[in-house]
Design a protein around this ligand. Structure first.
Ligand SMILES: Cc1cc2nc3c(=O)[nH]c(=O)nc-3n(C[C@H](O)[C@H](O)[C@H](O)COP(=O)(O)OP(=O)(O)OC[C@H]3O[C@@H](n4cnc5c(N)ncnc54)[C@H](O)[C@@H]3O)c2cc1C
Length: 408
């Protein structure tokens, strides 16, 4: 049987495109490498699935911003949410615009997509790892690693990127597109913990702190975030830190120097505050002096980093030593050696370059009839629902494009 469309990858974008096409009566086959579809979707938003973000703007995206803009115009968050509502998934936004299903369960989002596929005749073939995708005799043929073949008039590559290989990520999507002459922008982890030399954060594992955090490239702040960070064995994580990973990787790949600056007393002049505190707590030993401002072990690390004597009484804190400690509180600066790799990252930066696509419908300019959507393409978003928004909206654009081409 020849289908109208074959879709490589049963993740967020593949499932969405399958639903959209099947709801219009198109015959769709969804090919998924793993034993079940949508595994990564189940892990999103800590199992709650941050579906999209009502405040999504083009500046929340990296890579091809033109494509991100086109997708936000064609399928903005409100329109995507109306689609989900029609699938039986009402949603609600938090104060930052992050939208979750009303059930607060990623499983219900996956179920709705799966059920829509089943109810509308999508043929889902799991354990079908597409090894080859070819255009032959006016149609596309996908062949699995074990030699099964499927044919369709149109093909959509929605096989994702490299982040989280345990959930199915691999390089197949880009590899298949390369076979049609597509150029691939270098891929590296985005939204991942920052790595520092282990000695810089020794003894701080497990400590959390509310901070303002900045990424410095060659000494200049290029991005600032606020929120909770979590110290690890060899770095810092937490959303505020992980948001800086893309730019850190970009800078390090360009041979530039990267540092992260942590302000533990945002909005407070630490020098003045410490002077008053030293007068008030003059007998307190330095090792306990910052207790109450920051967690104890962190306070001791800052005192040590400022080169101060642990046993000295706070009453002696003045002049250059006071300034040195205040600088650590308002801007402790640690070298960034890299980020966690794809195994721990949430998103892939880079991917198939959008210059080779008609970004109004995500159709290949190299091979008419071939489409792509989601993380396989060179668009990635910040943390907060922007990546799924891109997966849904680019998939819906591709489905619109395939549907229009089938109507011709
Ligand atoms: C832990 C975690 C939490 C996240 N939380 C959020 C969140 O809350 N909000 C948000 O916006 N984003 C989140 N993201 C990012 C988001 O999940 C991805 O951006 C999104 O899933 C990308 O969709 P996709 O369809 O392009 O790729 P995927 O969802 O990765 O799907 C690709 C599918 O293709 C399959 N595949 C690969 N190769 C082949 C092949 N050769 N043949 C057949 N099938 C193949 C894979 O097995 C996979 O099922 C999170 C990511 C992670 C890892």
């Amino acid at each position: 049987m020849q289908y109208d469309a074959l879709i490589v990858g049963g993740g967020a974008s593949g499932l969405m495109a399958a639903c959209a096409l099947a709801l219009r009566g198109r015959r769709v086959v969804l090919l998924e490498k793993q034993g079940r579809v949508g595994r990564k979707l189940l892990s999103t938003g800590n199992g709650r699935c941050n579906l999209t973000n009502l405040n999504a703007r083009v500046s929340d995206y990296h890579g091809s911003r033109a494509a991100a803009q086109a997708a936000l115009r064609a399928w903005p968050p409100a329109k995507v949410l109306a689609f989900f509502e029609a699938l039986g998934i009402p949603s609600a936004a938090d104060e930052a615009g992050r939208v979750y299903p009303m059930s607060r369960q990623a499983a219900s989002v996956l179920d709705a997509l799966r059920l829509c596929c089943d109810e509308n005749g999508v043929e889902t073939l799991t354990d079908f790892a597409v090894a080859k995708l070819e255009r032959r005799d006016g149609a596309f043929e996908a062949t699995s690693a074990d030699g099964r073949a499927v044919r369709a008039k149109f093909a959509l590559v929605a096989a994702g990127g490299l982040a989280a290989p345990k959930l199915g990520a691999c390089g197949d999507g880009c590899r298949l597109l390369e076979g049609f002459g597509h150029a691939i922008a270098p891929r590296f982890p985005a939204i991942a913990a920052l790595k520092t030399p282990p000695q810089a954060v020794r003894g701080l594992k497990g400590i959390r702190a509310e901070v303002e955090i900045a990424l410095l490239v060659d000494g200049e702040a290029v991005r600032e975030e606020a929120g909770e960070v979590l110290f690890g064995e060899d770095g810092v994580s937490g959303i505020a830190a992980m948001q800086l990973a893309r730019q850190a990787n970009e800078a390090l790949r360009g041979g530039r120097r990267c540092e992260v600056r942590l302000n533990f007393m945002p909005g407070v002049n630490a020098e003045g505050a410490l002077r008053a505190r030293a007068r008030k707590l003059s007998k307190r030993r330095m090792e306990d002096f910052l207790n109450g401002i920051v967690p104890k072990r962190l306070g001791q690390a800052l005192v040590r980093a400022a080169g101060l004597e642990m046993a000295a009484p706070a009453g002696e804190l003045a002049g250059a030593r006071l300034s040195a400690l205040a600088r650590r509180l308002n801007g402790w600066t640690l070298p960034v050696a890299g980020t966690q790799g794809f195994d721990q990252a949430q998103v892939t930066a880079g991917g198939a370059r959008l210059k080779d696509f008609d970004i109004r419908c995500m159709q290949s300019l190299r091979c008419p009839g071939l489409f792509a959507a989601g993380e396989v393409l060179d668009v990635d978003g910040d943390c907060g629902g922007f990546n799924l928004q891109w997966a849904w909206s680019s998939a819906l654009m591709a489905a619109d494009g395939i549907d229009a081409a089938l109507t011709k």
